[in-house]
Design a protein around this ligand. Structure first.
Ligand SMILES: [Zn+2]
Length: 188
């Protein structure tokens, strides 16, 4: 191939790239950056002196101990992978700045900046605090779903769907009863 042919091929290739999804890429990358910032700076939404777990070490308790610690509704969701009734949680409409921690062990999972109104009746988030949740597949319904749980105590939080808003496209559909909201009341 001579030099002119190489240039021609390169030109065609870059045209193909430009006309494809590449053009949408810079905006998406900017969004990704914004999500990274939200994750990195999550503590700016944590109230001073808030009683939360540092994430150090897993918390393992017996079923009896969990039953004593949790309300029957929270026990059903966190330890039995139950699902609360849609629209039953006041946290669905919680709009104040703050942090959402696991109701089982107080590990911070989400911030108010990661929340969006999905219209489903469950508190919904498009990303999480880094390393706060882990996922697994469940087959409780006919189709497989991605279940996610607190990385510290293993408490079930909700299911992960891929119909969330840009830039992540993710929807963490969370049971409100599995969360404790800590408002950041001390604005500086
Ligand atoms: Zn937990």
């Amino acid at each position: 191939m001579d030099r002119r042919s190489v240039l021609k091929v390169l030109g065609t290739a870059s045209l193909a790239v430009l006309s494809g999804s590449w053009l949408a890429r810079p905006a998406f990358a900017k969004g990704e950056k914004a999500v990274e910032e939200l994750q990195k700076n999550w503590k700016t939404l944590l109230a001073d002196g808030a009683d939360v777990a540092s994430g150090a070490g897993p918390l393992k308790l017996s079923n009896d101990e969990w039953r004593k610690r949790l309300s029957p509704q929270a026990y059903d969701v966190l330890r039995k992978e139950g699902t609360e009734r849609a629209g039953s949680s006041p946290l669905d409409h919680e709009k104040r700045p703050g942090v959402f921690a696991c109701a089982g062990c107080s590990l911070p999972l989400f911030t108010s900046a990661m929340k969006f109104d999905s219209g489903t009746g469950w508190p919904s988030f498009f990303t999480t605090i880094p390393d706060a949740v882990q996922t697994s597949r469940d087959f409780k319904l006919i189709f497989p779903r991605t279940e996610y749980h607190c990385a510290r105590c293993g408490g079930h939080q909700g299911h992960l769907f891929e119909d969330g808003p840009e830039p992540t496209g993710l929807r963490y559909c969370n049971n409100g009863v599995a969360l404790r909201f800590i408002p950041k009341t001390n604005k500086t």
